[in-house]
Ligand binder design. Structure first.
Ligand SMILES: Cc1ncc(COP(=O)(O)O)c(C=O)c1O
Length: 236
């Protein structure tokens, strides 16, 4: 299998610039001294350990920008709330993770977002992208729990045609098996609580993709408080 990166860049990218520890340290602090700690300020806003995880996600997903959340649902809800307004149109599909489906159908719909639901399968999703012309299309591939693999490049093409932002929840695939950003998605979500951390000892979420999308969701994270606690970061 092709290595993700050379050993030299792996070493450089995991180096702790303060003590040069092999494993990046956990900065277990709520606050940072000012003015030196201005970049981090306060732990709900940002933290060096979480920032290191975001950098690693950019390396893994091949994206320009990443941020991290308290859980996969923290990532999904923060992203959706940061981009959708009453009157916005969202496309999801029936066979996606049940909490994502319920958040869209129950909460976002009551908030005035017009939520369309595609039946399972790529062809139905593409058909609905073209007919509904959503502002955002949220796709899960591989799907949980029936493990359906969706046609990301063709769905990305349809989304581009209608000007929809295209987000892929890639939790079950992991970046080892698929990198949706390189296949045309605007952003990629992970529940890092699953295979990404791999040890069943973490609850976390990530969002990687276009800078503007990640920045808005990250700002919403800072408002909602769906922030990843540094000791809870995946242990890689
Ligand atoms: C595909 C998928 N997306 C999102 C989530 C939510 O992630 P979390 O449990 O980290 O909130 C899960 C599982 O829980 C999932 O399987």
């Amino acid at each position: 299998m092709r290595p993700l990166r050379s050993p030299a860049s792996f070493h450089r990218d995991t180096e702790d610039p303060v003590a040069h520890s092999l494993v990046f340290p956990i900065y277990q602090t709520s606050s940072f001294l000012m003015p030196e700690g201005e970049h981090y300020r306060y732990g709900r806003e940002w933290n060096p350990t979480v920032e290191e995880l975001a950098r690693k996600m950019d390396m893994l997903e091949g994206t320009p920008s990443s941020t991290c959340f308290s859980s996969g649902m923290g990532a999904i809800t923060s992203l959706l709330l940061s981009h959708l307004r009453p009157g916005s149109r969202l496309l999801i599909h029936r066979d996606m993770f049940s909490r994502t489906y319920r958040f869209a159908r129950e909460f976002l719909a009551s908030f005035g977002v017009s939520v369309s639901v595609a039946e399972p399968g790529s062809e139905e999703f593409i058909r609905m992208v073209r007919s509904e012309k959503p502002d955002m299309a949220l796709l899960e591939s591989v799907t949980n729990p029936v493990l359906r693999v969706m046609d990301i490049p063709r769905i990305a093409e349809a989304c581009r045609e209608v000007g929809a932002r295209f987000i892929v929840d890639s939790t079950l695939a992991t970046p080892v098996n698929q990198k949706p950003f390189g296949m045309g998605a605007d952003a990629v979500i992970h529940s890092a609580s699953k295979f990404l951390s791999g040890h069943n000892d973490v609850i976390a979420g990530t969002l990687s993709g276009r800078e503007e999308i990640v920045r808005r969701a990250d700002d919403m994270r800072r408002n909602l408080g769906s922030t990843l606690d540094p000791p809870n970061r995946p242990s890689w």
